[in-house]
Design a protein around this ligand. Sequence first.
Ligand code: BES
Ligand code: ZN
Length: 847
Amino acid sequence: MPEKREFKRLPTDVVPSNYNIRLKPDLDAFVFQGQEEIDVEVKASTDTVTVNSLDITINEVTYASGDTSVAAEVSVDKEAETATFKFPSALQPGKGVLKVSYTGELNDKMKGFYRSKYTMPDGQERFGAVTQFEATDARRAFPGWDEPAVKASFDVTLVVPKEKVALSNMPVKSDTPDKNPNWRVVEYDRTPVMSTYLLAFIVGDYDYVEGKDADGVVVRVYTPVGKKEQGKFALDVAVKTLPFYKEYFGIPYGLPKMDLIALADFLIGAMENWGLVTYRETALLVDPTNSSATAKQHVALIVGHELAHMWFGNLVTMEWWTNLWLNEGFASWIEYLCVDYCFPEFDIRTQFVNSDLGRALEMDALHNSHAIEIPVGHPDEVDEIFDAISYSKGASVIRMLHDYIGDESFKKGMNQYLTKFKYKNAVTEDLWESLGKASGKPVLDVMTTWTKQMGYPVVKVGEKQDGSNRVLTLTQEKFCADGVQEKEGSFTWMVPVSISTASDPKKAAVVTLLDKTSMDVTVPNITPDQWVKVNCESVGVYRVQYSSETLDRFIPAIKNKTLPPRDRLGLQNDLFTLARARMISTVDVLKVVGAFVNEDDYTVWSDLTGNLGQISILLQNTDGFEDFKTFSKKLYKPVAQSLGWDAKESEGPLAAMLRELALTRLGKYGDEETVTEARKRFENHVSGKVPLPADLKGPVYLTVMVNGDETTFNQMMKLYDEADMQEEKVRISRCIGSIKSDELKKKVLDFAMSDKVRSQDTVFVIGGVTGTVQGRELCWQFVQDKWTELHERYKGGFLLSRLVEVSTDNFVTEARAKEVEKFFETHSAPESSRVHSSSIGTRKVVL
Ligand code: BES
Ligand code: ZN
């Protein structure tokens, strides 16, 4: 490999103000022709102009200023992803137009301007051309200043086959026949001043549903042809969401239209191109009868996430990728507010504690974690920070800050920040400054301790009753997953601490800032038997360690559920983790877990299940696994029984989700009653007698697979072939790997690589076989055997890191760790050096 050169940003002596881009994709030859006229300003005289350009053939470059026009020689630096235009003499300061004509490939890598294959209702396969530019792939579609801080406006023209739908960020300005009658020329209105990574072009066959938001913004959801009904749910969410954000930020959306589109091939979950947000099908399409509650919730969150970027990210953009976390952390937090507003029945803000905070705390306790803000240079490094720290920890520290300064100050500060930096760029400190001003609190000082150093603290609680007061001694130290303190560096955080008590469980009785290693806090009006909980509602990004006696006081409050769900969840999660780090005894954990006998909250169950799942992975390697199964069956039986198999008319989505969770566990651990019922329902489903309702498909499929044979396998494959919805295909393909037989597992691995599975999904199908010890062996062997092919397919993208994660994650021995390490000494996967996160596949799949 060539030695890595120092990374440099583009020179700024020539900057663009407007790009006029004309693109003509050829959907048969998979190439495109491009022409650009870029209005530039030469700020300092120079005879070279360097722009980003990758996998593009530049045919001609000229620079015109006044009446003179000069041509340039072009040289390309592939590693730097740039092209340099050298002119015969220096360009003089002033304005001019840079003209570039070029050709490119419509690639099959889901990056830049790429081809996407879809099926028409009559079964015909067709190709379209679509884009994914973030972080650094706009340079594959047009030469330009592909850095977030170099903003400009864009006039886009697409020349397309006459019967195709053609979309870009803005509404159509003109749509006229081309000289060649088989083609049309579609011109779009000029965009606002924006970053290159937010531009998008789409050419293909689509249907759409349309609505208008309260302010008259035209919202459309584009779907595959024949499936426009499936766009209605997302349309509803979007139409409600735009006014919600408008109110929250105090700033209107700004563009006249908002399109959301489901693409057949899409690398990530979704992308916030301004005015034209792109999604994978499972992140946007909902079928009224065939989509599960979980799927709907997922769509609502991801729509809420991307639309938040229209303000936070698109209107105000991070100055450089180092601040990617600001975009992603913020959107990953506010999506919950939006879904809570649209669908309070999901109690989604409690789910945050399980999904994002839980994940952040888990990943950030590892020695190889990193600070939220991390310097990045070369494009390869940008993909690496598409991870749980930027997303989930970022979202968690923003949630903590929001709680610390309060909603009013937060909104006020957001409005100031967005107003001050609109159409411009900002760094993290700019946001802290606005929020600090709005709240009068030391936001910069507090937040710096959370974004510039990795990890987070465990707060140890000592206590003494003093008359009617309880005096708590709070001491912080860095928490490490293995209980071993880092040798270097002394870590302290400024920790906003809130404390609730038994007399008013839902409200913080004391709020304070723990800004040193240790301090005393007095909690007034409390009797010796009453519980006192540090980290009310689990809003802080830290763990809490109590003494064994203190823990005892929580037990009745867990049993009778007077301790609120987010607190029950957090308490239990801390205990499991502290025990794993050998900081408390497992007896304490079991004692408290035993108190969850009456638990009925979906999210608490989900978190508990995750923690038990981790134990199960260890026990799978021992004789103790049978006992664990028996224990689990007993644990989930009462919930499952109280919910029954059939949905009650009045029940909400959380009941459906809890039923799914409990039945899945029981089925997986071979509970006889559950297996029998699942088989019966499966047979009825397959024969068409009684189709399964969407929410039962997950647990029934998994149960029959785990306990199934070749016949079940073939039945399931048939269902896969017949399935029309991506949601169903994904559900099936991720669970078929749980079949017991090794031979069939191997078939699943081959199936994952076949063209029956879209490249965007392969990795997760491979991951589906890792539910057992044997499956993990098979998977790891398979990945090693097929490494060259897999690497070629996914290199330089985040799916490669997911692949490494799924195939190595749950090994439990030192010898395996060494083996994995050794393999990657000779097989490069730089994308995988960190823990990753994306909405696709991260919703905690418990093995
Ligand atoms: N802007 C991101 C996608 C992105 C980030 C692309 C960094 C390339 C580099 C988008 O807003 C996003 O976060 N997508 C998530 C979904 C979200 C709900 C977590 C995804 O694709 O998983
Ligand atoms: Zn995002």
